[in-house]
Design a protein around this ligand. Structure first.
Ligand SMILES: Nc1ncnc2c1ncn2[C@@H]1O[C@H](COP(=O)(O)OP(=O)(O)O)[C@@H](O)[C@H]1O
Ligand SMILES: [Mg+2]
Length: 259
C-alpha cells in the first residue's frame, strides 16, 4: 500500500461574506448588530471534504467554476487554513501555480525565480544552478530581466510553470495554467509533467482539459457545489461529469488528441 502524502479529514473552508451596507449613518447607528452579522456570515467554499493523495500519484481535480478547486489547492499549499477538519501534507510542496500567484509584480522574472526558490526552502546556490534551465524553458529571453507587470498572461504562465517544474518539488500543484500558453508550449509542459510521473513526484492538477485529465491522471476528484461528488478512474469520473454538465464526452475525439 502506498503512503498518503496529502490527507484531508472532514475539511471545511469558509470565507467571510461582506454584505453591502446601506448608508454609513445606518451602519453607525446599528453598529453592534452589523458587526455581529458580518462576523457570522460566512460563505462555505468547501464542505466536509475527506480524501487522500498517494505518493507519486497524478491526482486531477475537476468541477465547475466556483466549485472549490482552487480553495483545495490553497489548503494543500498552506496559504489557506481550514475552518474545520485537518489537512496533513507530508512532503515539500511547490508554490501554488495559479496565474500570477507567488510572483511579485515589481520584481523581474529573474528575481522572482530566486524569491520562489527561497520560499520553497532551497539555498541560493541550488537556485542559481537551476536558473538558466528555468529561463530557457520559459522562453522569455530578454524579458526575464523586466518586471513581471510587463508580462502578458501567457508569459506569466510560462514562467510560473517553468519555476515550479525545475525547483524539485515533491508535490507539484498546478491550477488551470496549462490552457493559457499556446498549444506548442502546452505540449512542452505536458511532456515535462510526464517526466515527473517517472520520477515519483506527486502532482495535483486542476484543469478544464479533459484530454490532460485522461492522459496524465491516475485518479480524478470531481468537486461539485463545494462537496466531493466522485473520486476514481479518470475515464469514469470525466464521463459522469460531462453528462452532468450536459456535454457528453466523445471518447474517440479525446483519444485522437495525442498529448
Ligand atoms: N478570497 C475569497 N473570499 C471570498 N470568497 C471566495 C474567495 N476565494 C474563493 N471564494 C469563493 O469560494 C468559492 C470557491 O472558490 P474556488 O475554490 O476559487 O473555486 P474554483 O477554483 O473551483 O473555481 C467560490 O464561490 C468563490 O467565489
Ligand atoms: Mg479556480
Amino acid at each position: 500500500m502506498r503512503e498518503p502524502v496529502i490527507t484531508f479529514y472532514n475539511v471545511s473552508k469558509s470565507y467571510p461574506l461582506y454584505r453591502h451596507i446601506r448608508g454609513i449613518k445606518n451602519f453607525v447607528f446599528n453598529m453592534p448588530k452589523h458587526l455581529k452579522t458580518m462576523q457570522q456570515e460566512q460563505y462555505e467554499a468547501l464542505r466536509d471534504i475527506t480524501f487522500e493523495v498517494y505518493e507519486g500519484e497524478n491526482f486531477g481535480v475537476i468541477g465547475n467554476n466556483g466549485a472549490g478547486k482552487s480553495t483545495t489547492l490553497g489548503l494543500i499549499a498552506g496559504v489557506l487554513k481550514p475552518n474545520r477538519g485537518r489537512v496533513i501534507v507530508r512532503r515539500r510542496v511547490s508554490p501554488l501555480l495559479a496565474l500570477g500567484a507567488g510572483f511579485h509584480q515589481e520584481l523581474s522574472g529573474r528575481d522572482n525565480i530566486m524569491l520562489n526558490g527561497v520560499l520553497m526552502g532551497l539555498t541560493r546556490r541550488e537556485i542559481r544552478e537551476k536558473e538558466e534551465e528555468i529561463i530557457e524553458f520559459s522562453e522569455l529571453g530578454e524579458f526575464i530581466n523586466h518586471p513581471i507587470r510587463m508580462y502578458s498572461t501567457g508569459m506569466v504562465a510560462r514562467l510560473g510553470f517553468s519555476v515550479v517544474a525545475h525547483l524539485d518539488p515533491e508535490i507539484l500543484l498546478i491550477d488551470e495554467v496549462l490552457g493559457v500558453g499556446d498549444i506548442r508550449f502546452q505540449k512542452k509542459c505536458l511532456d515535462k509533467m510526464k517526466t515527473f510521473q517517472d520520477s515519483g513526484v506527486t502532482m495535483v492538477l486542476v484543469t478544464h482539459s479533459v484530454a490532460s485529465v485522461m492522459n496524465l491522471c491516475d485518479r480524478v476528484m470531481w468537486i461539485d457545489n463545494h462537496e466531493i461528488k466522485m473520486i476514481g478512474d479518470p475515464t469514469e469520473v470525466v464521463t459522469y461529469y460531462s453528462e452532468a454538465v450536459g456535454v457528453p464526452l466523445d471518447l474517440s475525439a479525446v483519444n485522437k488528441a495525442k498529448l
